[in-house]
Design a protein around this ligand. Sequence first.
Ligand SMILES: Nc1ncnc2c1ncn2[C@@H]1O[C@H](COP(=O)(O)OP(=O)(O)O)[C@@H](O)[C@H]1O
Ligand SMILES: [Mg+2]
Length: 310
Amino acid sequence: MTQIFAVGGGKGGSGKSFISANLGVMLAKQRKKVVLVDLNLGAPNLHTMMGLNNLKTGLNNFLNKSVKNLSLTVVPTTIPNLYIISSVGCSLEVGNLFYSQKLKIIRAIWKLPADYVVLDLGAGTTYNTLDFFLASHQGLSVFTPEPTSIQNTVQFIKAVYLRKLKHILKRHAFSTAIKEVEDEADNGVVRSPLDIVDSVMRSDPARAKLLQKELRKLKFKLILNQYRKHIDETLGNKIEKVCNRHFYSQFQFLGNIAYNERVHESIIARKIFFAKYPYTPTSTDLKNVANNMTGRNVQTPALKETNAKI
Ligand SMILES: Nc1ncnc2c1ncn2[C@@H]1O[C@H](COP(=O)(O)OP(=O)(O)O)[C@@H](O)[C@H]1O
Ligand SMILES: [Mg+2]
């Protein structure tokens, strides 16, 4: 079964595209067929991280219906087993997808013939980004040690959680809770998703277990990028612990990825970082994170469900 990883995390510049590209390389080196999909719609640059330019084929061909099947927009990269669907040729307005177009893309991604699909998402918490994140088996949240980045990642996690929570409330007809949330929104009241869960637990205790069970299916993976030596090495583990305590979903810290000036150099040179500098601490970290993702370092149960059913 194809496993889909989404790389998101709220803040721009934290390294989502760098990590998508290089994790793609690591996964391809595990002799798996990997497709990278640039879903930073409106601001695509994953192809540049992969050292590719002048791409003639991509997501635009699928959106403008010149091809029926998304798999026909897949282009090989310079790395064996690694392919890309770029959104570089899409219209400047593609960031504002229609709901039906978003569903069409998600359903087509689920059918891509690959072992792994890596979705590189844009910054922010728009519904497109949240729904692409929720369409994955594992959602990776990338942040740096700066407090602004951690704040944005927590905000991103809360936004994903709220979107998932609303899906669950609708799918399982928690009608009192839905009415409460809608009335509050009409009156300009902002409640955190954690408060909403608590109040559903109180108002509908008989079905609280169902809600908890559904939220538990949501899996977040955390990656701390641009790690520098003076930073607490256990920061990521601490954030994992806090999240697991406060949310009903599952959080796993996958590891630190060291800051390295050569990342900048490789992007300027339009070369894939891992291919140019395979023997750096940053590359070792990337390998370690990829092994954690695919369960090579620890035993993880096979993934059966995506984060959301759309
Ligand atoms: N591990 C790292 N070490 C050094 N610089 C990094 C690292 N990861 C990312 N960067 C820098 O951060 C910039 C933004 O990365 P990018 O992947 O484009 O972020 P995002 O996709 O989250 O907006 C890169 O151009 C690069 O210069
Ligand atoms: Mg990016």
